[in-house]
Write a protein of this length. Sequence first.
Length: 369
Amino acid sequence: MPFQRIAIWGLGLMGGSLSAALRSRDFEGEIIGISGQESVEKAKGAGLIDEGYPHQRFAEGVKGADLVVLASPIGSIIENLDALAPILDHDTVLTDVGSTKRAICDHARSVLPDGVVFIGSHPMAGSEARGIGAADAYLFENAVWVLTPYAGLEGSEPVRRLTALAEGVGAKVVTMDSETHDRIASRISHLPQTLAVALVNRAGTWHEEDEFTLRLAAGGFRDLTRIASSPWEMWADIYATNRGAILDALDGFMQELEAIRDIVASRDEDRMQEIFQRASTLRLSVPRDTRGFVRPLCDIMVVVRDEPGILSRIAGSLAPHGINIRDIEVLKVREGEGGTMRLAFDAEQIAREAVGHLTDEGFRAWVRK
């Protein structure tokens, strides 16, 4: 590992998981945590950090660190840059894990003194869970980790060292400038979030007109809108710091919708077939083995009998193996006989393990492609 004393400011999901990932890979250096007192105590009790400091003592926490990782929300990262500027050693490498990059990188350039190397970064991994209790040593496995160094720093020693750290915890590193990152993120992360929220809210309006709307919404609707459950607190800073790119993405998508609307209105079935076929082909080109901006769930199908306690049997088959069901849905049911259920898990590997355990218990189950 190219760093020996790592200070992590923010022991939530991302900061805690980074610490856990380093520990699980036998990192021999020191890990210093800076966070709320409760988080510091929990992290130290779990062996995730060697020393811990509350926010007001951050200067003690970063002293002597050769890497400082800002792992708090975007607004806090920007505030922390101001606080760190006067005290960082000139041989310190400073990075962050914020999900937008241009505002953070521009602010770092404006406030940090010469000699302090800042490299923006965004590990594209996450979870609905939050806080130090959700720390996951495998959160970064196969995740894309974007680095956004300033022009001229590409290929430099600090970038190589940070790349080695990211790869050391299982991530796949991609380097680009901050503006490119934010533009891509707006299109494949922030736009889908916005569309999911809009679609669910529109369905809610239609439900007020027809009470069966949400009662019949299942399957594809649930899959497409799962991310609409994300809390606003996670997104407020993203919209604030990437507003222009998000507006551009919305404009482009509305043009696409208008074009499809015109084709539907004209009853041009050949053109609609072309659109469907192109979408199907393009979707197959999206990598399945890499976590990205939008973290997918992996589904399995389970055939079950209609009898009391069936859900308990399923959960009981998985719980001893530490397998957590992220989502569950009854797809088909014939009263008195049985039906099919959809269970969702964080990763395909976990889903396949679940299929194995359920099969051992006599269920018919398979991974949904």
